[in-house]
Write a protein of this length. Structure first.
Length: 155
């Protein structure tokens, strides 16, 4: 479904490639994992669930820059092998329609609202959060683990 009015922003290819390089250089905070169960390891670059048997890199990521009260570093996954960055930025990713929390932030990186999406239309929730003129972007995160999944920005 077209999102109209906003765009999906996955983790950049530069960040995914840097994670692969860091892993190959032996970075202690980058772990290579073989996925053993479905819907356990979402790649933040291609925005799809890694399948059992695929390898992913688990590493720390900061969606909000340091120096702000809501900045935090948390674990995310990217495929260990190169994958295509999610390019349907005008469509909400099919793999993440449930079990997500949407945190709306203002331009100073302060949380101004949040909604849980579980069984509802994520596009409608995004539109509602962007109706507040102070909403600069929305970070989509896992409801159960709280990990960053992707960002939504106005189109």
């Amino acid at each position: 479904m077209k999102t109209s009015g906003f765009r999906i922003v996955p983790v950049s290819t530069e960040i995914a490639d840097a994670a692969r390089r860091e892993l190959n250089m032996g970075a202690a905070d980058h772990a290579l994992i073989t996925v053993d169960s479905p819907q356990s390891s979402p790649c933040r670059h291609c925005l799809r669930w890694a399948q059992p048997g695929e390898r992913v890199i688990l590493f720390p990521y900061s969606a909000i820059p340091s120096g702000h009260p809501y900045s935090e570093t948390g674990p995310i996954f990217v495929h260990a092998n190169e994958c295509q960055r999610y390019s349907a930025t005008n469509e909400y990713p099919a793999d993440f329609r449930e079990g997500r929390v949407f945190r709306a932030y203002d331009s100073n990186y302060n949380i101004i609202d949040a909604e849980i999406v579980n069984g509802s239309e994520p596009e409608a929730v995004i539109r509602t959060l962007f109706q507040n003129g102070e909403t600069a972007f929305i970070d989509v995160r896992s409801v159960t683990r709280g990990c960053f999944t992707f960002r939504v920005e106005p189109a």
